[in-house]
Design a protein around this ligand. Structure first.
Ligand code: HEM
Length: 409
């Protein structure tokens, strides 16, 4: 293999599977490599693939800015950037610190605990809808449904509106995959519609607060500082995107991993106390978010490589999580793996996933209920993967299982 064989920009190269052999080569031969890309301003980007270097980029917001060019791979014009910078994902400290402290008020461990009962109920409702059939498209009917319902509950969106929010958020991120493409102006239109919806919902919450996250956030205050209406609406937008596709693809990707490693499913069936370590292994092995992007805010060195101010830097969680110097036998899927200090939620930097504990709880409940209710779940047709170099995604997983009666709640 040679460097010129490697093209991490073309989403087509992720359709048959994550190109792990390329990442392995890069970690060994060129851990901080200049990757040409005609579509990037500057003609390319620095591709960072080793665990330690990814953690460094993730933690050092002073040198690796999320604000300058956003945290997403695609370069944007100034207008688009100005909009994106109002979302916390694309902020740097101290602006990010202030925002994060305020939204943290709504994301307490207690809030997550209080949601668990609802998550169990939603999961059982989702499984009830398919359990008598004996077969399903696992992605469309099971894994996509749970995060959607949870986000709707969290934000206080009435259940009947949740598919509206889901469609807008799907269209907003746009997609490289032909199955989900909807035309060039669709992302902007969807963002406007979702924004208008958020604005109306937040106004209602302000006038008539309940226990949900948005009611809490409309009241949240630190030293007299509050989130403005605009900031709240944009947080709604970010959550509806950040909490859906990620969790869905973790649940889906982990199921494919179990189909490829049936002994690990049997191990979990026999010993449910392995569930906590299994969840961390699912996160490491799947790494639903494969990369994020930064812009060098000053001249800086990573590894032995000098990087100039203004250069684009892309760090690959998917590669860091298979780094053989950190994880023994990194390509094996081992539900009992410890330690497992993966960076699927980030490498401990200021943007560390705000929803990490919520996601863990959703995954735990879903797999607990699947093991209980569909222990002989198996593949019943071809898996279809998402065409993306950003989300390690699966679009369809035909599954079959012994039919059972719905349990109702
Ligand atoms: C398996 C599921 C998930 C994965 C793999 C994931 C992954 C990530 C990653 C890698 C980041 C960036 C971290 C960094 O740069 O340090 C992030 C940020 C974020 N995530 Fe998640 N996420 C998941 C689920 C969720 C859920 C359920 C929510 C909310 C309901 C959520 C909300 C957010 C938000 C708001 C941010 C931005 C935080 C900031 O900028 O300070 N995520 N997530």
């Amino acid at each position: 293999m040679e460097m010129t064989d490697i093209d991490l920009c073309d989403p087509q190269n992720f359709v048959d599977g994550v190109p792990h052999d390329w990442f392995t080569y890069l970690r060994h031969e060129a851990p901080v490599a200049w990757h040409p890309d005609p579509a990037s301003i500057g003609g390319g980007f620095w591709s960072v693939t080793r665990y330690d270097d990814c953690v460094t980029v993730n933690r050092d917001a002073e040198h690796f800015s999320s604000y300058r060019a956003g945290a997403i791979f695609t370069d944007m014009d100034e207008d688009a950037l100005a909009q994106q910078r109002m979302m916390m994902l694309n902020m740097d400290p101290p602006m990010h610190t202030r925002y994060r402290r305020l939204v943290n008020k709504g994301f307490t461990p207690r809030m997550i605990r209080d949601l668990e009962e609802r998550v169990i109920q939603s999961t059982d409702d989702i499984l009830d809808a398919v359990c008598e059939e004996g077969s399903a498209d696992f992605v469309e009917q099971i894994s996509a449904e749970l995060p959607l319902r949870v986000i709707a509950d969290l934000m206080g969106v009435p259940q009947e509106d949740r598919h509206l929010v889901f469609d807008w958020s799907n269209k907003m991120i746009g997609s490289e995959d032909p199955e989900y493409q909807t035309g060039e102006d669709a992302p902007a239109r969807a963002a406007m519609e979702l924004y208008a919806y958020a604005d109306e919902l937040c106004t209602k919450k302000r006038l008539d607060p309940h226990q949900d996250l948005f009611s809490v956030l409309t009241q949240a205050e630190i030293d007299g500082d509050k989130l403005s209406e605009l900031e709240l609406d944009l947080f709604f937008l970010l959550l509806s995107v950040a909490g859906n596709e990620t969790t869905r693809n973790l649940i889906s990707g982990a199921l494919v991993a179990f189909f490829d490693h049936p002994d690990q499913w049997q191990r979990l069936l026999a010993d449910r106390s392995l569930l906590p370590s299994a969840i961390e292994e699912m996160l490491r092995y799947v790494s639903p978010v494969m990369h994020f992007r930064r812009q060098a805010a000053a001249d800086v060195v990573i590894g032995d490589q000098a990087i100039a101010e203004g250069d684009k830097v892309v760090f690959w969680h998917i590669s860091a999580n298979r780094d053989e110097t950190v994880f023994s036998e990194p390509h094996s899927f081992d539900v009992g793996r410890t330690p497992n200090n993966h960076m699927a939620f980030g490498g401990g930097g200021p943007h560390f996933c705000l929803g990490a504990n919520l996601a863990r709880m959703e995954i735990k409940v879903m797999y607990d209920r699947l093991l209980e209710r569909m222990p002989d779940l198996h593949l019943d047709g071809p898996v279809q993967r998402l065409r993306s170099n950003f989300i390690n995604g699966v679009k369809h997983i035909p599954v079959a299982f012994t039919p059972s009666a719905s349990i109702g709640h």
